[in-house]
Design a binder for this molecule. Structure first.
Ligand code: ADP
Ligand code: MG
Length: 420
C-alpha cells in the first residue's frame, strides 16, 4: 500500500464515499457487443481512481452510469453503501460533482452563476451561495473579485476549466466524476490544472473518478489506475507503482508503453525532495532591508510574495528599485509540491533561474528547488531501478533525460542572460 492510500483510509477528514460497481453491463440499443461488459469494481472513499484506456473502450459509459446519465442494462452501483437507484435521479446528481472537458460552462451565465447552479437547486440562501462561490474561486486559483462577474468567453481555456472544477465542487459532493477534464488545454496549463487538482484533493479528500486516455496523467493523478480494454474489461487495477513495475498482461504492458523508466519520474514528487530556503520579500517591505538580507544570505535573487504568501515574482537583487518592494508583475510559473519530477524539469527549464519556486496549499510559498537537487534525485532513482531490475533503462528515456539535464545553466549565466 502506498502512504497515500493508508492515509486516506485512516484519516477522519476524508469526505468522499466509496463507490461499488457490481457486475455492471451496458448494451446500447441496436448494438450486439456490450459497451461495458460485466464490470465489478470498488473505488475506495477519498481516493482518486483514474480510468484509462483506448478510445471506445467504455470509459465514459462506465463513468456516466455512476451518476445515471446512462442507465446500466444490468448490475448494481452503490455509493456509500446505498444503491444509486434508491434516490431520484435529480437528487442523486446533486450529490455527485461532474466535470467535463472545457468546463462546459453556460455561456450566458457569469462565472458566479455557473458555479451556483447546484447550490441554488438545493435551496441555499444567497449569502451562503455568494460566500461559497468566492471560496471555490479561491480554491481553484482564481481571484474572486476579478473573476466572479466574468462571462465564460472572457476566460482562457484553463480558466474555464478551473471554473468547471469549482462548479463540480460547489455543493460539496462526496463524489466527483471527471471525463477527460484537462484534455482541451495546452501542456503547461494542463500540468497546472493537474497540480491544482492534487492540491484541492489534499484538502478535500473526495472520491474522484477521472477518465483519461493519457497514461501519464493516470499515473500522476491516480491513487489507483484502472486500465480498461474494449468492453470495459479490466486489464489491471492497481497503484501507479505496480502498474508501472509489473503490468498484469500484454495489453497493460503495451498501454503503459515504452520509456517506463522515464515514467517512473512521474511517481516521484517535488514533495519528496529537500526544499531549499532562499531570501523572500513581501510586497510593501523596505527595499534596503531586503537587499541587506539577500546579501547576508548570499542570494543573487529574491522571491517576492504577496500578502497571502503567494510568490508573485523572482527578480534579481539588482532589479530591486524604489524604497519599497513592489509586485514585479512577472508571470511566475510555480511548481506545486505535488508536481512530478518530470513536471519539475519542464518548469525549471522555463523559469530563468535554474530552479523553481515550490508552492503548497492555496499556492503559498514553501521553498525552492534547484536543478542539481532534482537531477541528483533522478539519478539516484535510476540507479535503484537498475539495481532492482538488473537491466539498463531504455536508451530513449536516457537520452531524453540527459538532454534535458545537460542544458541546465548556472545562476551566473542566467543573470547575465537576463541583462540582454
Ligand atoms: P470511451 O469513453 O472509452 O472512449 P465510450 O464509453 O464513449 O468509450 O464508448 C464505448 C462504446 O460504446 C463505443 O464502441 C461507442 O461507440 C459506444 N457508444 C457510446 N455511446 C453510445 C451511444 N449513445 N449509442 C450507441 N453506442 C454508443
Ligand atoms: Mg470517453
Amino acid at each position: 500500500m502506498t502512504t497515500v492510500e493508508s492515509a486516506a483510509k485512516s484519516d477522519a477528514s476524508v469526505s468522499g464515499a466509496e463507490i461499488c460497481l457490481d457486475g455492471v453491463s451496458k448494451v446500447y440499443s441496436g448494438q450486439k457487443a456490450p459497451a461495458v461488459d460485466n464490470i465489478s469494481l470498488t473505488v475506495p472513499a477519498g481516493e482518486i481512481v483514474m480510468f484509462v484506456g483506448p478510445s471506445g473502450c467504455g470509459k465514459t459509459t462506465t463513468l456516466k452510469m455512476i451518476n445515471r446519465l446512462i442507465e446500466p442494462s444490468s448490475g448494481t452501483i452503490s455509493i456509500g453503501g446505498e444503491d444509486i437507484r434508491a434516490k431520484k435521479v435529480d437528487e442523486l446528481r446533486r450529490t455527485i460533482g461532474y466535470v467535463i472537458q472545457g468546463g462546459s460552462l453556460f455561456p450566458h451565465m457569469s462565472v458566479s452563476k455557473n458555479i451556483s447552479i447546484v447550490p441554488k437547486l438545493l435551496g441555499w440562501d444567497s449569502s451562503r451561495i455568494k460566500e461559497r462561490v468566492d471560496e471555490l474561486l479561491d480554491l481553484v486559483g482564481l481571484d474572486p473579485a476579478k473573476y466572479r462577474g466574468r462571462y465564460p468567453r472572457e476566460l482562457s481555456g484553463g480558466q474555464q476549466q478551473r471554473v468547471g472544477v469549482a462548479r463540480g465542487l460547489a455543493a460539496d459532493p462526496p463524489v466527483i466524476l471527471m471525463d477527460e477534464p484537462f484534455g482541451a488545454v495546452d501542456p503547461i496549463t494542463r500540468q497546472r490544472l493537474q497540480d491544482e487538482l492534487l492540491s484541492i484533493q489534499r484538502e478535500l479528500r473526495k472520491t474522484i473518478v477521472c477518465v483519461t486516455h493519457d497514461i501519464d496523467e493516470a499515473i500522476k493523478l491516480g491513487d489507483r489506475v484502472l486500465i480498461l480494454q474494449e468492453g470495459a474489461h479490466v486489464a489491471q487495477y492497481d497503484t501507479p507503482e505496480v502498474v508501472l513495475s509489473s503490468p498484469a498482461n500484454e495489453f497493460a504492458q503495451d498501454f503503459v508503453g515504452a520509456g517506463s523508466s522515464l515514467k517512473r519520474l512521474s511517481l516521484a514528487r517535488v514533495s519528496d525532495l529537500e526544499l531549499q530556503s532562499t531570501t523572500t520579500a513581501v510586497v510593501g517591505e523596505d527595499t534596503a532591508e531586503v537587499k541587506k538580507r539577500a546579501e547576508a544570505n548570499k542570494d543573487r535573487s529574491v522571491i517576492v510574495l504577496d500578502q497571502r504568501k503567494r510568490p508573485v515574482g523572482w527578480p534579481w537583487v539588482r532589479q530591486l528599485k524604489g524604497t519599497t518592494i513592489v509586485d514585479p508583475g512577472q508571470d511566475l510559473v510555480n511548481l506545486d509540491s505535488r508536481a512530478t519530477l518530470n513536471d519539475a524539469l519542464d518548469t525549471m527549464l522555463v523559469s530563468g533561474h535554474g530552479g523553481a519556486v515550490v508552492t503548497g496549499d492555496r499556492d503559498a510559498y514553501l521553498g525552492v528547488i534547484d536543478f542539481r537537487t532534482v537531477t541528483d534525485f533522478i539519478e539516484e532513482m535510476q540507479r535503484e531501478a537498475e539495481a532492482e531490475t538488473q537491466s539498463a533503462p531504455s536508451a530513449d528515456s536516457d537520452e531524453d533525460l540527459a538532454s534535458r539535464i545537460s542544458i541546465a545553466p548556472t545562476d551566473e549565466e542566467l543573470e547575465k542572460a537576463s541583462e540582454s
